[in-house]
Design a protein around this ligand. Structure first.
Ligand code: S3P
Length: 172
């Protein structure tokens, strides 16, 4: 049977460690759609890592770059699955753009799950300064009410395969 073609981009939002990039890759493969990661696009455009951009230009400059990159990604002629950086949806302009142009999906995970996942590879500037659990708990309190504006919410459970999360986004 022919696969359904993606008619609008799918944007994954949620905290660091929720699995946006891995789930996004799987989902894109299932949908036969391109996959893009907004952090990677920003890094390619700036020829610097996210950590370097934060350090040399500051978070505000990063957010402006992020908004421009996402504006381009949601307008691509071939709709993609987009993994957004965890803070992207917190920016009013970026959020308005994503809500109007993409099918938004919040990948929700519990604090323990997030802490466990970010612990493995910690190159994220927001977690560099302090205890990841404390920082993530603060971000969670501030951001979860905003992520809840996404059209769809899926839970990513501890120990669960990212494949299963991607499948649930499709099946509901
Ligand atoms: C950020 C999340 C990161 C990256 C940057 C800021 C955030 O992306 O964009 O470090 O504000 O939550 P991931 O969610 O892909 O780690």
């Amino acid at each position: 049977a022919a696969r359904p073609r993606l008619l609008r981009p799918v944007a994954l939002v949620g905290l660091m460690g929720a699995g946006k990039t891995t789930v996004g890759r799987r989902l894109a493969a299932m949908l036969d759609a391109p996959f893009v990661d907004s952090d990677e696009e920003i890094e390619a455009a700036a020829r610097m890592s996210v950590a370097e951009i934060f350090a040399s230009m500051g978070e505000d400059a990063f957010r402006q770059g992020e908004r421009r990159v996402i504006a381009r990604l949601v307008r691509q002629s071939r709709p993609a699955v987009i993994a957004t950086g965890g803070g992207a949806f917190m920016n009013d302009d970026t959020r308005a753009l994503l809500l109007s142009r993409a099918a938004t999906v919040w990948i929700r995970a519990e604090l323990d799950t997030l802490v466990e996942r970010v612990g493995r590879k910690n190159t994220r500037p927001l977690l560099a300064g302090g205890d990841p659990r404390r920082v993530l708990a603060e971000l969670m309190a501030r951001r979860h009410p905003v992520y809840a504006e996404a059209a769809v919410v899926v839970d990513s459970r501890r120990g669960e395969k990212h494949e299963a999360v991607a499948a649930r986004i499709l099946d509901g």
